[in-house]
Ligand binder design. Structure first.
Ligand code: SAH
Length: 372
């Protein structure tokens, strides 16, 4: 990031990655692609998608996440799972679901804690939703000895008689929003097209009556404003289907804002540096900031209760992260410095501590969740 906080990179850079060539051919044949389809192709294209092929996370990958920074993050979430299970009435069958488990580090740290809670440990099974085969392999390896039944289903289905706790860290930012751009007097869908020089470029398309709902939300938006409509409705409906069968609690952690608002947040990161989102399709991680107000509204509209959003620092602080870290530091003086640095990084304000927000969701009738 540059000093003013905006990513700085060469906005004209375009590389002919295998996916760029494939998309350009497709656009020449079928016309421009909506920007959300572009983002999905970049992340999930069956041949060339970023998450199909790359093992992106960690210091050798493209970006780093809280569980990769410090084990204390996962241990605190593990303790939160134990408390939440109790709040759910200590059901004798509990399914712990993780969406987008990455290298499996968070789940591994959680299970280390849960093994020490015997009545919960005998209730527990684990489901991991992961599209990346290389990451599934890493998850299998790190969780091989965790002691709990593991499954990698293609979708998280409702299950009768089994309570569900669902966790997603840095997953929602991978879900493509529908992007809109304000024209002189109307909102248009943001598209990706090919320019005269044969390079991918953003463009807009005005469709009759489209974008009216945004015009109502932002009547005074300036020309060129971008609005990202969250894909939260389908996500909330999925939670409601699970909660329709048995008690459900969900914990969603991601970077973004608590409020709604205008702004282009689509960003590309490759080898720990920002680049233009059209620069290397399939070889950079593309994400958008999560607007939690959308998730909150849609989850409530489905009849579930929500807690938060609060900042990551507030959530982890309320759960005793600092106390847990100092205990661990006294027990392991040789790594005390690393623990301290990791905790400082995920709790930093301004920084990860306030850029990341946490939203809880629960079946109606369950008590408010710990940490909010
Ligand atoms: N939660 C991990 C990894 C975050 S990266 C951590 O905190 O370290 C995003 C993760 O979501 C990756 O594991 C990626 O493969 C997965 N993912 C992205 N889109 C997905 C989708 N549509 N379905 C399932 N998994 C997805």
């Amino acid at each position: 990031m540059s000093s003013n906080g905006e990513p700085s990179y060469d906005a004209e850079a375009r590389r002919d990655t295998p996916l760029a060539l494939k998309l350009k051919k497709q656009i020449k044949g079928d016309g421009p692609l909506p920007a959300d389809e572009y983002m999905r192709a970049c992340l999930q294209d069956a041949e060339h998608g970023y998450y199909r092929n790359k093992s992106a996370i960690g210091s050798a990958g493209d970006f780093i996440t809280a569980p990769e920074i410090t084990q204390v993050f996962g241990e605190i979430i593990g303790a939160w799972v134990a408390v939440t299970w109790q709040q759910m009435g200590a059901p004798d069958r509990l399914r712990l679901v993780e969406l987008g488990p990455g290298r499996g580090t968070l789940m591994s740290d959680i299970t280390r804690v849960l093994r020490r809670v015997p009545p919960l440990a005998s209730a527990l099974s684990i489901e991991l939703l992961e599209t990346s085969e290389p990451l599934r392999e890493q998850q299998r390896a790190i969780l091989a000895d965790c002691g709990f039944p593991l499954a990698w289903p293609a979708a998280i289905e409702p299950r009768e008689g089994v309570a569900t706790i669902l966790i997603a860290n840095e997953f929602l930012d991978c879900l493509a929003p529908i992007s809109w751009v304000k024209g002189a007097d109307r909102w248009a869908r943001r598209l990706v097209t090919v320019d005269d020089l044969g390079r991918l470029q953003f463009a807009t398309e005005f469709m009759p009556s489209a974008g009216k709902h945004i015009a109502l939300r932002f009547p005074d938006a300036a020309e060129g404003s971008v609005y990202e409509e969250m894909p939260s409705e389908g996500f909330a409906a999925g939670l409601a289907r699970i909660a329709g069968q048995s008690p459900l609690v969900a914990l969603l952690l991601d970077y973004g804002s608590s409020d709604d608002g205008l702004g282009d947040t689509l960003q590309a990161v490759r080898q720990h540096a920002y680049e233009h989102p059209l620069a290397s399709p399939g070889e950079a991680d593309l994400t958008c900031h999560v607007k939690f107000s959308w998730y909150r509204e849609d989850i409530e509209a489905e009849g579930l209760a929500v807690d938060g959003p609060v900042t990551q620092a507030e959530f982890l602080g309320a759960l005793g992260l600092v106390q847990r870290a100092s205990k661990l530091m006294s027990a392991n003086p040789e790594i005390a410095h690393d623990i301290e640095a990791g905790v400082a990084r995920i709790m930093a304000v301004p920084g990860m501590g306030d850029r990341f927000k946490v939203l809880g969701a629960r079946s109606a009738g369950l008590p408010p969740l710990a940490g909010f």
